[in-house]
Design a protein around this ligand. Structure first.
Ligand SMILES: Nc1ncnc2c1ncn2[C@@H]1O[C@H](COP(=O)(O)OP(=O)(O)OP(=O)(O)O)[C@@H](O)[C@H]1O
Ligand SMILES: [Mg+2]
Length: 494
């Protein structure tokens, strides 16, 4: 159906694609995989006419094509759901769904009734519900993602490109998305599916292509490959162990949060504590209130709470208060992180923390450069540190955010979905880094939807259900079964 051959693309000196071949068959789901920065989004940007290729040929149904803008490719039946969501926060859900394709009646007026009916129809197929008149900016990230997906599925596209579509979806939403993808596939639609989530790939993809160092290094039917082969193809070596061993032994309690309550989000009487050097997991189904607790703790959302830090009561009514008390927070939404996209990688990693590189009020260049170099190396952000952050791939931007907060020298670091959108190799680096940080006495609170991550890293886990903590699991009790039991309102045996 689509045949891309020998595609080449450079950004300045950076030769990103060095002759990539990619073939998409109709009525299939084709997974596109590769490390952060491998060129997946770029290849799809070229297909859809967002970027111009330097060399190579693109054919659709046997005929050579050359789309010069996204509008061009959309008209040819290609829909692209981007990695970074494109939601208009001040417009309603309905308006967002129909941007650029408003339905008008014969008088040229917006046909609200028909648009509403169409929107309801697609939501029903996805078994998803959202008031159509709600402002999109008031929707959660997962809901915004569903809006984008609905928008693409509503068209009669022949090819749908999904760049990390499920990052913020609940298991139920993913399940319905997959059902709908399979239905559309039966009608002949082809999907390009970009994801770092291996379990999803094996569930949904018919074929897999892996990119590395600017070429496609593997392309196979899913049935003929394995987890290990894909990882090997992606990172060029096999990873013996996904989670490094925890060696830190948590010390005394340094943080106590009691009676955290936030009516707006249905949080009630949340109590928990954190030990020095601990990795404390927060688990629960999506919507259980994990992110909301962290936002309330950090002073982003209002509400009541008592916080005791190192035995002394502290007041946290704003993020500034939190930062003053040496809290750091990496939120689940990259766009909120305050990355200055036009500023360099180096500046983004350090500007907010210049004080920590200063001696007698003067910033020391050496430690600053060393820190940036070290972070780039550790997290494998393979790019010139003076280039703007906007030139980095999505996953690599996420790593810059992590570096920024580590540079701030926090005592308590809150990580909400720390490895979302990050490739397997770099994930392991982040885990190792978390271990080292806790070894040095830092304490980490980690919210994660990835069960293996919670189980593989946490020293202790709190499980939530609908705004309440339903249980606390000590290291030896942490298991998928126990977590699921507590997350769904069950009681542990014994
Ligand atoms: N607009 C741009 N200007 C300059 N360089 C860019 C631009 N877009 C991408 N790049 C570079 O191209 C390379 C490939 O990036 P791309 O976004 O395609 O990676 P990716 O495979 O999608 O990674 P991820 O999994 O992190 O999303 C990276 O080195 C990136 O820095
Ligand atoms: Mg990408």
């Amino acid at each position: 159906m689509i045949e891309m051959s020998q595609i080449e693309k450079s950004f300045g000196e950076n030769h990103v694609l060095r002759g990539v071949d990619f073939t998409l068959h109709s009525a299939t789901v084709h997974a596109l995989m590769g490390e952060n920065g491998a060129g997946k989004s770029t290849l799809m940007n070229i297909l859809s006419g967002i970027h111009k290729r330097d060399k190579g040929i693109i054919k659709m149904d046997g005929a050579e094509v050359d789309y010069s803008s996204p509008k061009d490719s959309e008209e040819a039946g290609i829909q692209f759901i981007h990695q970074e969501l494109n939601i208009w926060p001040d417009m309603t859900v309905l308006e967002n769904l129909f941007i650029g394709k408003e339905v008008r009646n014969k008088f040229g007026m917006l046909d609200e009734r028909q648009m509403t009916a169409e929107a309801r129809r697609i939501f029903k197929r996805l078994d998803f519900n959202l008031p159509l008149n709600r402002l999109a900016g008031k929707c959660s990230i997962g809901e915004q993602q569903m809006i984008e997906i609905s928008k693409a599925l509503m068209t009669d596209a022949k090819v749908i490109i999904m760049d990390e579509p499920t990052a913020a979806l609940t298991d139920k939403e993913i399940e319905h998305l997959f059902i709908m993808m399979n239905q559309l596939k039966a009608e002949g639609v082809a999907f390009v599916y970009i994801s770092h989530r291996m379990d999803e790939i094996f569930k949904i993809a018919d074929e897999i292509t892996v990119m590395r160092d600017g070429i496609s290094v593997m392309s196979k039917p899913t049935q003929e490959t394995s987890y290990n082969e894909i990882v090997q193809a992606m990172v060029g070596r096999s990873l013996d162990q996904q989670f490094p061993e925890r060696t830190t032994i948590p010390g005394e309690i340094i943080l106590e949060v009691s009676d955290l309550t936030n009516d707006e989000f249905g949080l009630e009487g949340i109590n928990f504590n954190l030990r020095k050097g601990e990795i404390l997991g927060f688990s629960g189904l999506m919507g259980a209130g994990r992110t909301e607790i962290m936002r309330s703790l950090f002073g982003i959302d209002k509400g009541r709470k008592k916080v005791t830090l190192n035995g002394k009561p502290v007041t946290i009514n704003s993020p500034q208060d939190a930062i003053k008390n040496r809290f750091g927070f990496i939120t689940e939404n990259r766009k909120d992180e305050g990355l200055v996209l036009d500023a360099s990688i180096k500046d983004n990693m350090t500007l907010a923390n210049l004080k920590s590189f200063a001696k007698n009020g003067v910033v020391q260049n050496n430690p600053l450069e060393e820190f940036v170099n070290e972070m780039q190396k550790r997290l494998s952000v393979k790019s010139n540190k003076d280039l703007p952050v906007s030139s980095l791939s999505g996953g690599n931007q996420q790593k810059v955010v992590l570096a920024k907060w580590i540079g701030n020298g926090p005592a308590v670091l809150i990580l909400d979905e720390p490895t979302r959108g990050i490739d397997v190799g770099a994930k392991r680096e982040i885990y190792t880094l978390m271990n080292e940080l806790t070894d040095r006495g830092l304490s980490i609170i980690m919210v994660s939807s990835e069960m293996p991550e919670i189980i593989g890293l946490s020293d202790r886990v709190y499980v939530l259900q609908e705004g309440r903590i339903t249980g606390e699991l000590a290291k030896e009790q942490i298991s998928q079964e126990n977590i699921m039991t507590l997350a769904t309102g069950g009681v542990l045996n014994g």
